[in-house]
Design a protein around this ligand. Structure first.
Ligand SMILES: [Zn+2]
Length: 256
């Protein structure tokens, strides 16, 4: 090119294009988007992290559970939980236990298959403004609609949990590391004996925060020892999204 000004403009345009392509702040697909629990990628920025993020929506989770409405039309959640072999994955921000096929629940007449449970330290849901040191999320999916039903079980510090004790010394320590074992357990092992629960419509608690979740938070916690809870906390650190506004949603209560 003869004109030095034109050359400079071309070069600038080229550099501008490269810079934009590599700019991590350019909205991208929500698949495998990076997020954190503080700083520039923290919860207050999740709504802008990726193209399909619903994190700024008005049916978000978790929430503070207070002033729930008793609903006599609700029933115990029918649970068909079968034994699964042990498949633990370190997902970076959480420790996840994947289930073999065969476990399911029925919510509002529809079947949801149990896929996995993972843990949060401390709990994401609060009850009357207080959180528990840990919460387990049992994620179930409706094969037809793709919608989710997640059972939240709060874990209070107390007696050693016999089932967790089989796993705490085997939790994979680095992201994407796994632990596989033939040893079996069932989701029933982690369910409180009292079937009372709270339920409301909400979202995933991590980006893209999709508003596709029927939440069922068990009213009564289970127990684990401080040492067991600390095994999870040590690996996943603080991984609780702050509670979100109800924005007019009703939390219903079922007395089991
Ligand atoms: Zn969760």
């Amino acid at each position: 090119m003869k004109n030095p000004l034109l050359s400079l403009m071309t070069l600038s345009l080229l550099l501008f294009n490269i810079a934009c392509k590599d700019d991590p702040k350019t909205p991208q697909s929500c698949d495998a988007v990076e997020f954190e629990y503080d700083g520039d990628l923290g919860p207050e920025h999740w709504g802008d992290l990726c193209l399909d993020s619903e994190c700024n929506g008005n049916s978000q989770s978790p929430v503070n559970i207070a002033g729930a409405t008793d609903d006599v039309a609700l029933t115990d959640i029918p649970q068909t939980y079968t034994a699964t072999a042990t498949h633990i994955v370190n997902k970076g921000h959480t420790i996840q236990f994947n289930f073999d096929a065969g476990s399911s629940i029925v919510v509002n007449g529809e079947k949801y298959d149990l896929l996995q449970f993972h843990t949060h330290t401390h709990s994401e849901h609060e009850v009357n403004g207080a959180h528990a040191p840990m919460e387990m999320h049992f994620v179930h999916k409706n094969a037809g609609t793709g919608k989710l039903a997640v059972i939240g079980v709060l874990v209070e510090e107390g007696a050693e949990n016999a089932t967790l004790e089989h796993f705490v010394s085997h939790l994979p320590e680095t992201k994407d590391a796994t632990y596989e074992a033939a040893e079996t357990f069932s989701a029933t092992d982690f369910m409180p004996s009292d079937k009372s629960y709270f339920t409301y419509s909400g979202s995933l608690t991590t980006p893209p925060c999709s508003e596709i979740v029927t939440w069922i938070v068990m009213e009564h916690p289970i127990e684990a020892s401080l040492d067991q809870i600390e095994h999870f906390e040590h690996l996943e650190h603080e991984n609780a999204r702050p509670v979100q506004p109800l924005d007019g949603r009703i939390i219903k209560h079922h007395k089991g």
